[in-house]
Design a protein around this ligand. Structure first.
Ligand SMILES: Cc1cc2nc3c(=O)[nH]c(=O)nc-3n(C[C@H](O)[C@H](O)[C@H](O)COP(=O)(O)O)c2cc1C
Length: 223
């Protein structure tokens, strides 16, 4: 019986240490803090006050804030589906994040895993200047605390809907981007949807298989 209790205690300690650190070396996975589904900031207020922000402070943002924004963009909702609608529920989007200045997260390129609400660390990233250059010199890309890159695998949707699938994928990117705008506003942070960039450069720099469609720098507003 003693052995059983010891085993339970040991498993508990291991689980707790994984949870506290949130990072597994084996899988390169960082578990994100659970998102909130309620706040005192109304949706109406977020819609009324949303605007594009291009002037970011050099202060970091919290991992909880990044977690909340990624969840809003493409996380799991209460039905076990995704927070944004998707033609045929095919979910062709992939959300990458370049973390530059996030408290508790090392700088690097990550992939968001919606169902696990986790990030997979892919590589170190020190190319923010080059990234901004690929965005035709938009300096807010390099000054942000993070850049969310909304990418798509067109094939997932076109294999089902043919040519029309391309339209559906691009519409879906807009859904995710608007959720980011509104969640960022509700958190008192700033973002801007960047569509002007050289596709091939961004794709090569990040080693992406998918097509990058939007880059959304996020950070604290410089006020
Ligand atoms: C498809 C699309 C592409 C955009 N690309 C850029 C961009 O590359 N750089 C930028 O600073 N803003 C970009 N914007 C943001 C617009 O400039 C911005 O939404 C517009 O000026 C209206 O301002 P508001 O968002 O503050 O209401 C883009 C917006 C959309 C919808």
């Amino acid at each position: 019986m003693k052995r059983f209790y010891f085993l339970v205690l040991l498993i508990g300690v291991i689980m707790a240490s994984i949870f506290i650190r949130g990072f597994s070396k084996e899988t390169n996975q960082v578990k994100l803090p659970p998102p909130k589904t309620e706040s005192n900031f109304s949706l109406e207020k977020a819609i009324a006050s949303r605007r594009s922000i291009r002037d970011f402070s050099s202060k970091p943002i919290k991992i909880e804030e990044l977690s909340q924004i990624l969840w809003a963009a493409y996380g799991k909702n209460k039905y076990g589906k995704i927070t944004t609608p998707s033609a045929g529920a095919l979910y062709p989007l992939k959300i990458y994040v370049i973390c530059l200045n996030i408290e508790g997260l090392k700088k690097g390129l990550y992939l968001y895993q919606p169902l696990q609400h986790a990030l997979i660390f892919i590589s170190d990233f020190n190319l923010e200047k080059k990234l901004a250059k690929s965005c035709l010199g938009q300096k807010w890309v390099e000054e942000a605390a993070a850049n969310i890159i909304i990418c798509a695998n067109y094939e997932i949707t076109t294999s089902h809907y043919g040519e029309r699938g391309k339209r559906y994928v691009q519409i879906e990117v807009g859904h995710a981007a608007q959720n980011i705008y509104l969640q960022v506003e509700a958190l008192g942070l700033g973002t801007v949807a960047v569509g002007a960039f050289i596709d091939a450069n961004v794709k090569n720099m990040l080693g992406l298989k998918e097509e990058p469609l939007y880059i959304m720098p996020i950070g604290k507003k410089n006020e």
